[in-house]
Design a protein around this ligand. Sequence first.
Ligand SMILES: [Zn+2]
Length: 121
Amino acid sequence: MYYRAREIALNNNLNYHIAAFIRRGKSDIIKSNTLKTNPNFFQQYHDNMHGYHMHAEMNVLRYSKPGDDIHVMRFKKNGLFTMAKPCGYCMKYMRKFEIRRCYYTDWNGAWNMIKIKKERN
Ligand SMILES: [Zn+2]
């Protein structure tokens, strides 16, 4: 799993190499960040531009079910782990998609966990 995620992340042809996965027994879902856009994932950038490029978390969320856990890994070009804490947009979308927990790698490649609070309506 971890090797496949790293391979997918490092081969995404982008500056940032991030992979997010959801466990599904024999057919785990692994997605990388991508320049592909999706209208469900709107972001506003600092310069007030906006876009729909998907972060790895968003890319994998499209296949998620309520109650799923998401794991996020970020790699440097040399394949070593680095900080993969989800951004504010990803946190928001994980709440929206009712993800239970998000695990992410830190600077040392250790797993950290955030419980995703349910969105109040
Ligand atoms: Zn993000």
